[in-house]
Unconditional design. Sequence first.
Length: 402
Amino acid sequence: MTAARDLSVDFCGVKFKNPFMLASSPVSNTGEMVGRAFDAGWAGVAFKTIATGDTKIIHPSPRMHGYNAGDKKLLGLQNVEQVSDRSLKDNLADVTNLKKEWPEHVVMASIMGFSNKEWSDLAKACTDAGADILELNFSCPHMTVEGSGYKVGQANELITRFTETVKKATNIPVVAKMTPNITDMNEPAMFAKKGGADGISAINTIRGISEVGINDWIPRPNVGGKGAISGYSGPAIKPVGLRFIAEMAQNKELGLPLSGIGGIETWVDALEYILVGAATVQVTTGIIHYGYKIVEDMIEGLQDYMADKNIKKVSDLIGKALPNLCDTNKFDLKRQGLAEYDLTRCVGCGQCYTVCQDAGGQALKWNSIDRRPDLDEDKCLSCMICSFVCPVDGMITYREKR
Ligand SMILES: Cc1cc2nc3c(=O)[nH]c(=O)nc-3n(C[C@H](O)[C@H](O)[C@H](O)COP(=O)(O)O)c2cc1C
C-alpha cells in the first residue's frame, strides 16, 4: 500500500482538503445541490452568483446549447443564463447552512452588484452569512448593462473601484473572477490587485456563437427565434484557460494565488491547470456532462499520479511546468526531428500521404501495390500532421535527428 498523498491546498489563506471546486453556475445553484457535491468529494464551491434580488431575474428559454464534435458530445456548451434567480434571503440561508453542516468545506460566495452600494451590501451580507471567501463576478459574458459582468472585466478602473469597495465591507479574502474576452489578463488582474484582491479566478466563458441553424438561420440557443453572442464553455476552451492562468502565474508582480477554470473534466485536465500555476480548480461543464461523481476519479487519479511520481503534497506541483514555458524565440532551433513510421502497424489508409502532399513537405511516396508510405527523411518537415490524422495510435512518432 502506498503512503497517503496530501491533496490539501491553501488558497488565499483558506485550507481546502483537495483542489477541486464547483464553479459558480447551475451546478452550485442551491445548498442542497452543493451538499451532495461535498458528500461526493468536492472540497469547495463557488456558489452561483448572488445578486441583490432587486431586479427579478428570468432566464431565457432554452438557456443552453450543446455543441458536439462528431462522437464527442458537449465539446462545448453555450449558455445565456443570468445570475441566480433565487431570492437573496434563500441564497444567504444556504451559505449559512452549508457552513454549519460542512464546516470543513469551503464556501466561496460569488457576488455581482450593479453599483458601489450593491457590491458593498452583498459583500457584507455574504460575510455575515458565513462565507469563507468572496468571488467577484467581473466576467458574466452576456451582460448588456454597462458597468456589469464582463464589461467590468474590460474596464480596469471599475475593477479597482468595486474590489476596493468590497474589501472595505468584508474581512474575508476576495477573489476577482476574470473574463477571457480581452487580450491580456495580466492588466485587469493588476487592477484587481490594486483594489486589494487576494486572488484571481479565471476563466469565465468565452463570448461566441457555437452554432447557426442552416435552415432557420437562427444562432443557437434558439430563444424564441433569436440567438445571442454569449458564453461558451467546456473542453473546447481549456487551451484558453490554461494560457491565461500560465500568463498570470508567470507575472511575479501580480503574485496572487490563482483558481483555474475552463474545460476541466478529468484529473489530467485539473493537473494541467495546477502545473501552470493554479492552486484550486473549478468545474461547470464537466459536471453538466457527467455529474458530481467525476470528482471521485479526479481524487483517485491525482493520488495515483502523485504516488507514481513520489510527490507527497499536491501543492508541490503548483507551477511545475512554468520553467518549461517560454516565448517561441527561446526555442533551440538546432534541435530538428522527423516523423518515424512503424509500418508493421500500418493499415494502408493513405491519410498520411494525403496530408503530407497537401499540407506538409511532400515527403511521402505512396506505394499503391502494398499500400504503404515511403518517407524521404530529407524532405520531412517534422510538422507531424501525418501522426494527427493516422488512425493507429502511436504508429507515427517524433524522433529527434542526431
Ligand atoms: C449555464 C452556465 C451558467 C453560468 N453561470 C455563472 C455565474 O452565475 N457566475 C459565474 O461566475 N460564472 C458562471 N458560469 C461560468 C462558469 O462558472 C465557468 O467559469 C465556465 O463555464 C468555464 O468552466 P467550464 O468549462 O468548466 O464550464 C456559468 C457557466 C454556465 C455554463
